[in-house]
Design a protein around this ligand. Sequence first.
Ligand SMILES: [Mg+2]
Length: 428
Amino acid sequence: MKITSLETHDIRFPTSRERDGSDAMNPDPDYSAAYVVLRTEDGHEGHGFAFTIGRGNDVQTAAIRALEPYVVGRDCSDIGALSRGMVGDSQLRWLGPEKGVMHMAISAVVNALWDLKAKREGKPVWLLLSEMSPEEIVGLVDFRYITDALTPDEALEILRKAQPGRQERIAHLRANGYPAYATSPGWLGYDDDKLRRLCKEALDDGFTQIKLKVGADLDDDIRRMRVAREVCGVGFPIAVDANQRWDVDTAVQWVEALAEFDPWWVEEPTSPDDVLGHAAIARRIAPIPVATGEHVQNRMVFKQLLQAGAVSYLQLDAARVGGVNENLAILLLAAKFGVPVCPHAGGVGLCELVQHLAMFDYVAVSGSTEGRVIEYVDHLHEHFVDPVVIQGGRYVAPAAPGFGSTMHPESIAEFSYPDGPVWRGANG
Ligand SMILES: [Mg+2]
């Protein structure tokens, strides 16, 4: 069970060439993964990664390497203890604490440990978690700094309440999957014809919600919302996502100007650190709901967003906070406050990861898919050994052991930065 090596790769996809992933704050992302492979003495591997959008992926990769002493030569069976060890390192903690590059590095390693554990047990991560007892799950959570909102006893109560019906919900997931929504139609860099065509395709593919990027130019947003509303019809959920573009007052004015198109939610209206700003926006644009979370850096900020009534949809990210363990805390916090979790996905491999957390939430925490959808973006799945499968606008429950985080060795070689074949020409 001992981990014998930690290997990293700086992997970058030149997505900016097609403006895939473009939004009001990120006009030219090169979707990237700071990728880690853990190997054990008995021949198993765990794969994990932090998602970045290009420059800085080398910094992120170096941060993962800094965690080597916490895993190599260590027994990997107690992930809770390994996770607490990394989070608690007093020197590394100075770089955060519990935020940013170092915390994302911990996420990559923790998620790789979960991939390893699930592969060893022959189960997908969602099922592995869903079959744990409430006591085991609570034992994985670090309650430090959140007990004013959620105590271990309250977490136990939430999990015990969801225990009856777990098997039925597992069967339901296997038969029906989990609802998804489509972001691919709405990238800001796409022209109206492409927007129209992709909206139509999303409807034809069975998606029950789409999302449009907004926030760069109000006239453009009004025009694009009109196009999307025309194609999708009255009442069809169309969320908008500003990717942190606005100050509080701008957010309110902009959303008021888009209100006639009935946005389903307004995502990341302002800085992800601005809890009170989100709360003010939520109050002033009500009943239009506010969603956020993909850039929220830890469970404490999520706690405050919930306490302040600032979010109606909580969009956790699989690889930004401290991995599975911290996301368990966030799922339990959301359940305590009765706020649905609609995870952030897209990027590189985020869909592959986050489906496991949403499915676990349905089976063992919230017990519901009502008002809940997982983001889906149709990019880069072909690089993964067990890519997500979408059928009729729903994520099919993964059956393969692990976290879905393993990339094909050929993809790692081809897109390695700066020496992979894809980049050699570009930099020459
Ligand atoms: Mg977003």
